[in-house]
Design a protein around this ligand. Sequence first.
Ligand SMILES: [Zn+2]
Length: 381
Amino acid sequence: MVRLDIIGLARGSIEAARWTDGRPGRLDVTTEAFDWVAVLDDDAFDRHAPARRHPECPERLAAARDGLRAALPASSQRRLAVRDATVAELERVHSRAHLSAMSAALDGRFRSLDADTYVSPGSRDAAFRAAGAAAVLGDALARGEVRRGFGLLRPPGHHAERDRAMGFCLFNNVAVAASSARAAGARRVAVVDWDVHHGNGTQQIFESDPSVLFISLHQWPLYPGTGAPEDIGRGPAVGTTANLALPPGSGPEDYAHAFRVVVRPLLASFGADVLLVSAGYDAHVRDPLGAMRLDAATYGAMASELAAAADALGHGKVGFILEGGYDLQALEASVSETVRGATGATQSLPDGRPSPAAAAAVESTRRALEPHHALLARPLR
Ligand SMILES: [Zn+2]
């Protein structure tokens, strides 16, 4: 039988094809995957607003929206309808006690839940809508309706634990997205968290769940103090938590090294049906809360790397969910580069040598996980 072999792909269009009997062929097929990005956004996210100056403020979302628009013309954006999360969706990742506590706390008044975490009159709508948008994204990815998505969500979520709001986070949006993807048929979901802070909530929610791989790249030491390389999951899920606890001052070469030695082989080894990204931008060199040295281009390169990993798994499904990032200029530029990197403007991670301290941190993680993933069992380059 003579078949048509596709021999070249660029930006989702088949550029060249050849019949297996040698005749040249041509197909002008444009797959929809790379031509549009699902965008999840809602006015409610602006109404979570602090009573006084706070780094987690609505202006962040305006900057992120500007960044997304700069990278993606309106014709390449598909707005997905968002809605509030249901109790059932929230209860997949949070305890009933947490939902009761949040319902009581979100009573239309300004309050401080802890030294960092506020709620405001608009927070109830924002929190339920952000988690609902995450559920919509996870569901659409799992069903194959979306292959690239970006949730411009506030409040952020990755510090929220099963039982507790903390670190500016009320509900764990990315965890809701992951569990919704599972409920919609994804057998395995990977979450990569590149926020400068450890995603303690996401780790805690999934640390005993072998169907969710959680990989965090974070500054160590830093708030909230969790995320040691030795934390690799519990019980049946040993090997499905990876913590890259990088030293302050880590830059593009250090993140590139972590991707090459741990993130890339781990994603290939785990074989997720859906990839989610806790996309925080506070490891940017300008960020006031972190002490890392990333630039916008590195976020683009990491996004490109993760999109390529998802493509290599045969489905190309990647959903980005906004977490932190507190310098508005850095946030805007980095969201732009993320979207470009995820939609085909391939950017490579830098080749330079990592610092000795970062290389040692990455090696700790590799060594902890090596017994559980054959692809990690190779010497450090
Ligand atoms: Zn953060």
